[in-house]
Write a protein that binds this ligand. Structure first.
Ligand SMILES: Cc1cc2nc3c(=O)[nH]c(=O)nc-3n(C[C@H](O)[C@H](O)[C@H](O)COP(=O)(O)OP(=O)(O)OC[C@H]3O[C@@H](n4cnc5c(N)ncnc54)[C@H](O)[C@@H]3O)c2cc1C
Length: 292
């Protein structure tokens, strides 16, 4: 592997990406790496910058649609323990970009730290949640974030804190290549009460969204305060399908990829729904899922 000589122990070629995504469709990554430390990640990113290799970062793949052709360049998966550490310090929780959001929430709740529990049941990593400012039950992750450490495309460590941090609906100022870690400043509360709150949020969420084994993705964004699911239903697209890709019966913002679905099916279904909503309601529906 000439291009990645010196990195053979962490870089693989033609790695299928479907198993790393919730939709479970799509082709391979030309190159795929799971670095084991920040130093290794920095060296790899610098090497890619010098050799003009485009780099993407993968979290839990719960908001990703990979095209059939797969992706050129390098996909980095921050799956190693070095990127998923979680610690607490007074009323702060510090978590790695690869840490599961659910683990961070349960750590906070156990320590009697309130704020993030409203996000119980949102899948994905801290990196993915911060990148698109995950929200649920009127709470977004951004409102509790007080610091973030990132890695730029040239391999420089960049920090944002205080007023530098900006969060909006499905958007954040954290747009460097990789979010390495973040600090959340939370509020002291009774762990038992918090546990009950977290469980309630989790149960309600599980009953209102498709299950993980249905291979779902939350595809469509709400538009200016209008709920995307109700727009899709008003346009007559509840349960619409292309091939084996179907608009979820539970929540029309979701597409579920039944066995045999291709990425093209999902892409065509997205277009079909967008055209119907535009034609019937004059509203432009945008996607929140990232297409690679
Ligand atoms: C069943 C289900 C329910 C959902 N419910 C909600 C919900 O209630 N609220 C909500 O907001 N979302 C929801 N989502 C969407 C999804 O869970 C979130 O967007 C989640 O935060 C994505 O995290 P991820 O780790 O899976 O990111 P991925 O899908 O792997 O990546 C998404 C984007 O984030 C980037 N990214 C990932 N990690 C990093 C990193 N470390 N550094 C820099 N960039 C990174 C990727 O490059 C990509 O652009 C739901 C999805 C599903 C399937």
């Amino acid at each position: 592997m000439g291009l990645f000589s010196g990195f053979e122990h962490i870089v693989r070629e033609q790695e299928p990406l479907a198993p790393y995504t919730w939709l479970r469709v799509g082709g391979p990554a030309q190159y795929f790496a799971e670095p084991t430390s920040v130093d290794e990640l920095v060296a790899l990113v610098k090497h890619c910058a010098e050799n003009e290799v485009y780099v993407r970062v993968l979290g839990s793949g719960s908001s990703l649609l990979v095209r059939e052709a797969g992706v050129n360049g390098l996909v980095i998966h921050l799956a190693a323990a070095a990127f998923s550490q979680i610690s607490t310090d007074g009323n702060k929780v510090i978590a790695g970009g690869g840490a599961k959001l659910s683990h961070v929430i349960s750590t906070a709740v156990r320590e009697g730290l309130a704020g993030l529990e409203a996000l119980a049941g949102v899948p994905g990593t801290i990196g993915g949640a911060l990148h698109d400012n995950a929200d649920a039950n009127g709470t977004d992750i951004g409102q509790w974030t007080t610091k973030a450490t990132m890695l730029s495309r040239t391999g420089a460590i960049v920090e944002q804190q205080g007023a530098q941090l900006r969060f909006a609906y499905r958007n954040s100022s954290l747009d460097e290549l990789a979010i390495l870690s973040a600090e959340f400043t939370l509020e002291k509360a009774d762990p038992e009460t918090l546990t009950k709150r977290m469980q309630k949020f989790w149960i309600v969420k599980q009953s209102s969204q498709p299950a993980a084994n249905e291979n779902p993705a939350c595809v469509f964004k709400d538009v200016g305060g209008m709920n995307a699911a109700s727009l899709i239903e008003q346009a007559g697209c509840k349960g619409a399908s292309v091939g084996n890709a179907v608009i979820s019966q539970r929540d029309s913002r979701f597409i579920v990829a039944n066995p045999g679905t291709t990425s093209d099916d999902v892409l065509q279904l997205i277009e079909k729904v967008q055209s119907a909503v535009e034609e019937k309601l004059g509203v432009e529906l945008e996607t929140q899922v990232r297409v690679w």
